[in-house]
Design a protein around this ligand. Structure first.
Ligand SMILES: [Zn+2]
Length: 140
């Protein structure tokens, strides 16, 4: 639903890396198992062969899981940031230059009577004084 900033998010790339390195490790593990799955006399040994594969499988599973989890977390963080960015852009479109940092606090204090006004108001709701945003902001 949210637009991306452009380019592939780091998290998605990490997930791809997780998958690619998983496949590569499986291939390497199979080769190693075939080469070293032998007893001291040099004969092929099923037990050694499977032993290497099982150790490799555990190692591959763990590294892939770690890569994938980091990728997933990064992806979620990316989406959250994209979402906030999107909301900010939407607010900017609706309120234009009226939007400023005061929106985050929600309120702006009238310099004359001290009444708190909605941050998007131009003038004080009680006395009608023009609300100065930047000056109020720098004071707080
Ligand atoms: Zn006022």
């Amino acid at each position: 639903m949210f637009k991306k900033h452009g380019g592939t998010p780091v998290g998605t790339r990490l997930k791809t890396v997780a998958l690619v390195q998983c496949i590569l490790q499986v291939l390497i593990a199979v080769v190693i198992a075939f080469v070293y799955g032998r007893n001291p006399r040099g004969d092929f040994n099923t037990l050694y062969f499977l032993g290497i594969l099982i150790v490799a499988a555990i190692e591959i599973f763990l590294t892939t899981l770690i890569f994938y989890c980091i990728g997933d977390a990064a992806e979620n963080a990316w989406n959250a940031v994209s979402g906030l960015e999107e909301i900010k852009q939407m607010l900017k479109k609706v309120y234009g230059d009226k939007l400023n940092t005061q929106v985050s606090t929600g309120m702006i204090m009238c310099p004359k009577c001290g009444v708190f006004n909605d941050a998007l108001r131009e003038t004080c709701k009680v006395c009608g004084t023009k609300l100065k945003r930047t000056e109020t902001e720098s004071e707080s």
